[in-house]
Design a protein around this ligand. Structure first.
Ligand SMILES: [Zn+2]
Ligand SMILES: [Zn+2]
Length: 288
């Protein structure tokens, strides 16, 4: 069994409207791509900040610009499709209660928790670049993984998204000198305590860093700590569904991971990977 739970039905462009992309035809394209790659469990997890209700949680300028759609209309639409209903929700320190209220009021199958922002700046967004203000890569990495630990411990999320997103730029941003395991440690401890599922995401292979999230070392520490894993492509278009899953299944196999997490009504169960080998991804050839 393969899953792809971290999916977006549209590109990141704020002009990409719900009316254009939240359609049965578009969902059919995602389902067809999943079938081609032998993916049995498919769910969508649109960014929370694309919905107007997210402005009750935070009014960052980026969120103000992005928050255009209605969250309940999204939930209602997904319920008319075979997709599991998920959402990608940012971890916002000191806004845990409001985040919980937003999530609990709706019938999600699972919630993917992300850390993109550290305060007002983001690790993966050039317009709000954390490296410009922080300067010191040691501080950015430390803060990022502390936030990730808090996200895991918050209990708000079922899956911890792209766990070492801070590496997204690869050599295009300064890297700290220390062994990265120093930074991973508090996050892995929180993962172990909380039992949150750790996402293995092939999205990093499409980014400047050119690596799966998380790193091999991070994943090994998670395995040692008894963590469980979820599998995703973070696709923003149908041809990215199951992107480079042959690499992901090889990665999990190399760690000795034989089961992945699947979710329904926020209940988790484990499904055997069964030596599932994903069919080669067409997206690899054609995409930047
Ligand atoms: Zn994300
Ligand atoms: Zn995403």
């Amino acid at each position: 069994m393969l899953s792809d739970y971290h999916l977006h039905l549209r590109p990141d462009d704020p002009e990409a409207s719900a009316a254009e992309y939240f359609t049965q035809e578009n969902v059919e394209r995602y389902l067809a791509a999943a079938e081609k790659h032998g993916i049995g469990e498919l769910g969508v997890s649109e960014h929370v900040y694309r919905f107007r209700q997210a402005l009750d949680l935070w009014r960052h300028p980026f969120w103000e610009e992005q928050a255009r759609d209605d969250l309940d209309a999204y939930c209602e639409f997904v319920a008319t499709t075979p997709l599991r209903l998920g959402i990608e929700a940012d971890y916002l320190p000191r806004r845990e209660d409001r985040t919980a209220a937003l999530l609990e009021a709706r019938g999600f199958d699972y919630v993917v928790g992300s850390v993109h922002f550290l305060g007002e700046v983001a690790v993966d967004h050039e317009d709000y670049d954390a490296w410009l203000t922080a300067g010191d890569p040691d501080a950015v990495w430390r803060r990022y993984f502390e936030h990730l630990a808090e996200a895991a411990r918050s209990g708000l999320f079922d899956i911890l998204a792209h766990p070492d997103l801070v590496k997204v730029w690869g050599s295009a941003r300064p890297l700290p000198d220390r062994d990265p395991r120093f930074y991973y440690e508090p996050a892995v401890e929180a993962i172990a305590e909380s039992g949150i599922a750790v996402e293995v995401s092939t999205a990093g292979l499409r980014k400047p860093v050119g690596e799966i999230y998380p790193s091999r070392e991070f994943a090994e520490m998670c395995v040692e700590a008894g963590a469980q894993f979820a599998l995703s492509s973070d696709a923003h278009a149908p041809d990215q569904v199951g992107y480079a899953y042959d690499r992901a299944t090889e990665f999990l196999g190399g760690l000795g991971v034989e089961e992945i997490c699947v979710f329904e009504s926020r209940q988790r169960r484990l499904e055997p990977l069964n030596g599932a080998v994903a069919a080669g991804s067409d997206a690899e050839a054609g995409e930047a």
